[in-house]
Each structure stands twice: as C-alpha cells, then as structure tokens.
Design a binder for this molecule. Structure first.
Ligand code: LLP
Length: 418
C-alpha cells in the first residue's frame, strides 16, 4: 500500500481522500496514484546511485505528468517506441536524458530519435547498427549508443518476462560471440560513439543472484572489449527488473540500495553504473478501485464477485498468472470472511482478477474493492477489449486529487471508425 493509505471513518483513504469520495468524483474503475510515493521511490533510487544514472523504465507507466516528476527528481527515462518518445517530448523531457530501446525500432523512429537529439540509442541488432550509422551520418551527428547484450543469465521469473537468456530476441548473445562482433561494428562506424554496454535480464525479480551474475559477466565482457580494441567504455547499464510485493506473504525483494551495492561490488569502480527501474518505482504507488456489481453464489462451487473492470485494465493475472489481493475499501464489515473469486466484466472465463480471496461474507453491489500495487504494467497495458473505455489515473496528494490521465470516452473509441 502507498504510504498515504490509512483507515479512517470506516473507509480507506488515499492521499488524504476517502475512496467513496474518489469513486463519486472520478468514477470506477480508476487507478489512484499516490504522488508522494512516486517521488519518494524516485528519490530512493537516486540516493542509492548518486554517481550513476537512474533511467525510469517508461513502459511501466508513462504520461506527461510522470515525465515532469522524473525531471524534478533528477531521473532519466528509458523509452522503447516512438509513442513513448512522443510522451517524453510532450512532458518536456530533455532529450539528452532519454535512452531509446527496442529490438525492432523502425527507420522512421530512429530518424526521429536522432533528429530530436536522444541521449543514447541502445542498438539491438546488426541491421540496426547499419541503419543507425547511416541515419546519423546523413544527419551529420555522432550518435551515442550502447550495445545491448544478453549475458546468458536465467532470471527466476515468468518466462514471458525473462530476457537475459541466450535464446532471447533482445540484444546480442555474449556466449555466441555476437556481442563482441556488435562492439566491433559500432567502433568501426564513424557516426556512432560507443558510450556503454547494456543488459536487462528480466522483470519482477526478487533475489539478488541474477543481478550479481549479470553484473559480473557484463564487467568481464566490458574489460575484454576494452583490451581488444584499446578503448574505454565508460558506462554499464544493467537494466531494470526489481520486483514488488503484491500480496501479504509474497517474497520481499531487496531495496534499491541493496541492489546497487550488489552491482557496485561486481563492477569496476571507474565504470559509471546505470539502472532502469520501472515496476519498483511505479508499482506500489497505485491502488486500483473497482465497484462490485454482482455477487453470484454457486452451491458446491463458490462465490464470484464481479467488478466493473477486469482484464482490460489489468491483463497481468491472465497473461502471467500474476497473483493480486484486494480489500473491501468503502466500509467496515463485521461479517466473517469467506473465500471468493473476484472477476471482471469481460466476455471470457479467464477474466479473473483475484482467486481465493477472503472477503467479508456480506460484500454486496455498490461496495468498493481496492487492489494495491497496481501502478506498473496495468494502465500501460490496458486495452479496449469488448469496447470498454480505459480508466483514468488520478493523482492524490495532501487531500487533493487531480486527473493526470483522463478516462477514455466512447467518443474516443468511435473516432477510429470510418
Ligand atoms: N529496461 C528494459 C530494457 C526493459 O525491457 C524493462 C522491462 C525495464 C528496463 C523495466 O523493468 P522493470 O524494472 O519494470 O521490471 N509486462 C510485464 C513486464 C515486462 C517488462 C518489460 N521490460 C509485466 O507486466 O510483468
């Protein structure tokens, strides 16, 4: 729960505002984001790495207001599409503080990034090295790049979000010798400047082992490449991936300071460290609010509690088997708990938000449920499945609330059709 979460007058309050008032003013479902929690999490990473760079992983959750918070907190930004670049520009981000990722950036995206003056492009394939060298040459600039390396580290996480193995679609394999060849080609391109090496082993990682192993392998490779070419490679970017707690009893991941200490130990002191936390900044800041619409008891089977959102605003349970929790947030209940399945409103049985959740037995239509740790990869992965409109993001702080991403309307949806 974000630090401002508190129970008063028989309801959950976020940023000093009761959930009943939030639901009445902004509707449900809604993502309620604790602004101070977001800034505090940025500061934790910043303080853990005062002599390095913290690039917020924009894919976790991005909008122009978030970009302004990053600027204020002294963070850089990692984007991976032209769309994320556009949001960075709309939020007034200094292009020099943006790193551009992606395994298949289009020529148009690369051209735009170079023209905008993006601080660094993380090259991901031989074709891209060639394309980027040509584009930078045409533009008459020397583009700073990092080479993305897959260090052959298996992160203990869901296979869909593990990216560090030799079989990954991302980057250049270290073990297969492709990474060494990529470094050679970048150094041979006069319009490219090699400023660092990059790796990212996966996401929602809760132990230090994988990070340390990747840091060691990447340091070894950096030193070997420096020796081979007689150059200095000033920076090592070890990506994001630190996990968060969703439910009581989940493994508690280390904090930013512990992660950085472990990386620092494995990396030569003169090398500038960079990290790209996304989830560990955005995730815990946000509570998803839903209203209960129906409660269905099936004798001998169980109880379904249906809410007014579902897999369109949180696809993670269906996609990754991610486990969440929820509480009855709009009133105190003395009823004994019973296990229910919280489901969404979509037309498929896999639309489950929480399984086996103990909720007071008197939960009824009109009640509000609150799902913590909903700030990362939820609004950013939300869809319009079944033509539902995507929920707003409401930032709360010191008793005031404002919309930083508005709710989509049916007009927004209908505008697409001819
Ligand atoms: N850097 C790179 C190059 C990445 O690919 C990612 C995430 C990050 C940084 C940020 O990682 P984080 O600190 O947020 O773990 N949709 C999935 C997560 C996909 C992560 C993709 N890359 C999910 O909902 O779990």
């Amino acid at each position: 729960w974000p630090r401002s979460a508190a129970w008063t007058d028989g309801e959950l309050r976020l940023g000093g505002i009761g959930v009943r008032e939030l639901a009445a003013r902004f509707g449900t479902p809604a993502y309620v984001l604790d602004e101070e929690e977001f800034l505090a999490r940025c500061a934790l990473w910043r303080e853990a790495l005062p002599d390095g760079e913290v690039h917020y992983g924009g894919k976790a959750f991005l909008c122009p207001e978030v970009v302004r918070w990053l600027e204020a907190a002294g963070l850089c930004l990692d984007v991976c599409t032209g769309g994320e670049l556009a949001v960075a520009a709309a939020g007034g981000m200094d292009p020099a503080r943006v790193v551009f990722h992606g395994n298949n950036k289009s020529v148009a995206e690369l051209r735009r990034a170079v023209a905008w003056g993006v601080g660094c492009v993380v090259v991901d394939s031989f074709a891209e090295i060639e394309r980027l060298a040509a584009l930078a040459g045409e533009a008459g600039v020397r583009q700073r790049v990092m080479v993305r390396v897959t260090p052959g580290v298996a992160a203990h996480t869901h296979e869909f979000i593990a990216t560090g193995g030799d079989d990954s679609k991302f980057g250049f394999s270290l073990n297969a010798g492709l990474a060494a060849e990529a470094v050679r080609r970048v150094l041979a391109a006069p319009s490219l400047e090699l400023t660092g090496l990059h790796s990212h082993i996966g996401s929602q990682i809760t132990d230090l082992g994988g990070f340390t192993l990747a840091a060691r392998r990447m340091s070894g490779f950096l030193l070997a490449a420096e020796r081979e070419h007689g150059v200095t490679i000033p920076r090592l970017d070890l990506g994001g991936g630190l996990g968060i707690v969703h439910r009581p009893g989940d493994p508690v991941p280390p904090g930013p300071a512990e992660v950085v200490a472990a990386l620092r130990e494995a990396v030569p002191a003169r090398v500038r460290l960079a990290v790209e936390p996304g989830r560990s900044i955005a995730g815990p800041t946000t509570v998803a609010l839903y209203e209960v619409g129906t409660v269905k008891e099936i004798p001998g089977v169980g109880t379904y509690v249906s809410v007014d959102g579902g897999m369109s605003d949180n696809p993670r349970p269906a996609m990754y088997g991610a486990a969440y929790t929820a509480i009855l947030a709009s009133r105190l209940s003395a009823a004994p708990p019973r296990e229910v399945t919280v489901v969404g409103r979509h037309c498929e049985s896999g639309d489950v938000l929480v399984r086996g959740l103990p909720l007071p037995a008197d939960v009824r239509p009109g009640d509000l449920l609150a799902v913590p740790a909903s700030g990362a990869y939820q609004r950013s992965m939300a869809s319009n499945y079944n033509h539902v409109t995507r929920p707003p993001v409401v930032a709360v702080r010191d008793g005031s609330a404002r919309v930083i991403v508005r709710r989509e309307t049916e007009e927004d949806l209908l505008r697409l059709y001819s």
